[in-house]
Write a protein of this length. Structure first.
Length: 165
């Protein structure tokens, strides 16, 4: 597997790990937020899932699914289903990405349409997930709840690729 493939498999594994850790939260904890983060735990998880599916749709040139609502939290079944869709499609899109391929993106932050290399778009997808998972981890620590290990070492060890000698 190539480097980009590992980055997206790590992204998938850590999305799943964080969602599983958050299943133990009470409803009021899912509604918790701290200054400097995207929003509540639940809203941030949904934001990650919606973004993953939207990134994949742009790369695969398919229709973007209707976003899940961030508030009220749609529940873990809907969240897990949306994450699985986005994660699977992103990993598929990565395998089709070529060095010379471009993607066109329209957005609202800033409001404009952009053309960019797929590599730059993939970088945004990875960075976006990492940033928001970290924000949820920050909220969890403020709730005195131990966030899961989500670093690269954990990915390589848990996927059996880091072997002690």
């Amino acid at each position: 597997m190539d480097l980009i493939g590992h980055l997206f498999q790590h992204n998938t594994m850590m999305n799943q790990r964080l969602v599983e850790a958050c299943r133990a939260l009470a409803p009021d904890q899912l509604d918790a937020s701290v200054l400097g983060t995207y929003g509540t735990v639940g809203a941030t998880l949904v934001h990650i899932a919606n973004a993953q599916a939207a990134y994949a749709a742009r790369l695969l040139d398919t229709s973007r699914p209707e976003p899940l609502p961030e508030n009220p939290f749609p529940g873990f079944d809907a969240l897990t289903e949306r994450l699985a869709l986005g994660d699977t499609q992103l990993e598929s899109a990565v395998s089709q990405a070529g060095d010379d391929r471009e993607v066109q993106v329209s957005g609202d932050d800033p409001p404009r349409t952009w053309r960019m290399p797929v590599a730059l778009f993939l970088l945004q997808a990875i960075n976006h997930g990492t940033e928001h998972r970290s924000q949820v981890a920050t909220i969890l620590t403020q709730l005195v709840f131990e966030p899961p290990e989500m670093d690269g070492w954990s990915y390589f060890e848990d996927s059996g690729q880091m072997i002690p000698v």
